[in-house]
Design a protein around this ligand. Sequence first.
Ligand code: COA
Length: 380
Amino acid sequence: MNNEGLSSSSQPDAKASGLEGVLFADTRLSQVDGEHGELIIAGTRAETLAESVEFEIVAARLLELGTDVPEPDLSARLARARVAAYAAVPALSDSLRIPDAMDALLAAIAQARTGRDPISVLAALPVYVAAGARLRAGLPAIAPSATRRHAEDFLAMLDLPTDAARARALNVYLVTVSDHGLNASTFAARVVASTGSDVVSSIVAALGALKGPLHGGAPGPVLDMLDATQDTEPRIWLESELAAGRRIMGMGHRIYRVRDPRAFVFERALVRLERQLASEQGGSAVTAIMQRLAQARRVEHAAETLLSERHPERPLRANVEFYTALLLEALGIPRALFSATFAVGRCAGWLAHVAEQRRTGKLVRPSARYVGPRPAPRLE
Ligand code: COA
């Protein structure tokens, strides 16, 4: 398949189609192996990448792969672009005050009239997410710093602790979610890019897709689930959710048939964060992290057992969102910002895919089978 639009060897049942197994593009950006639970981003396994590099490096590698333009000094450019994005905050304040964090981010990105190139867009996301959160709370926005790294600066703009342990944990998060094959938001970005539209429009489309609870909107509901099962037997609560026709958030995945490899990365990051904070500070925040982790493992086990009884044919295991919820909560990021924080990391992949798609020069335009009413036959 050479980026010729969508193709499939066999025609799927169109009614049920989520384009499973349809090969759409050759990509150099990431590979998701759902059978073995392996994620490769820009040539390196996600767990290795998460432990070894800053978000800026991954973004540079992805953008370079997407565009063939080396970005050796992305850190400095990104930092300068954050400062530039902040200058637009007063003009965007009405958009940033929109109550839903994703709606606010979407509106601000679409409205910003300056800096519509990839680096500017990548830099603008954390600035607008943080500024929006502050403005909605009736507080002044906090300016970014050109001397901080992306992850640390995001925490600082949210007025959260920026110690090395927390900055590292957020960096692990941003690196790990930076790209993930042709997920729904990346596909949305590529479809828009294929029409020849601008970068910002692709990112707005991707944000709209990411907002959905079946994609990037699950971590908030995962915490709601952990809250709801705090004092009860998880299985009883989970059964009542399924009986009400609802899905268990943070469980199941379109591609993975094993536990999502990113869940392991975040679990390890949480344990390390707890240990580092315990040795440096001690205190109740540390206990809270371990209690949450222990409870999450209980709920995950109960959900996995229950879902395997309901769907013995299809393994439904914890996905990235399950431990995203815990990691972001441990950093003090409010749950209303979880999806927007996901966007801060994933934007690197979106931009690289947009560039890759543009180079194909091919419009994406699948077909639908018409099953609606037909007019009466023409009278000859
Ligand atoms: N809870 C309960 N049932 C689930 C489930 C979940 N989390 N995930 C899948 N299922 C069930 C479906 O109800 C369906 O059952 P049916 O065949 O009896 O109707 C079956 O498993 C297949 O589901 P389907 O929607 O076809 O699979 P998919 O590949 O399209 O779904 C997700 C992938 C991620 C959308 C799905 O697993 C889900 O909704 N998970 C919860 C939301 C979430 O965590 N999203 C973040 C993803 S990273």
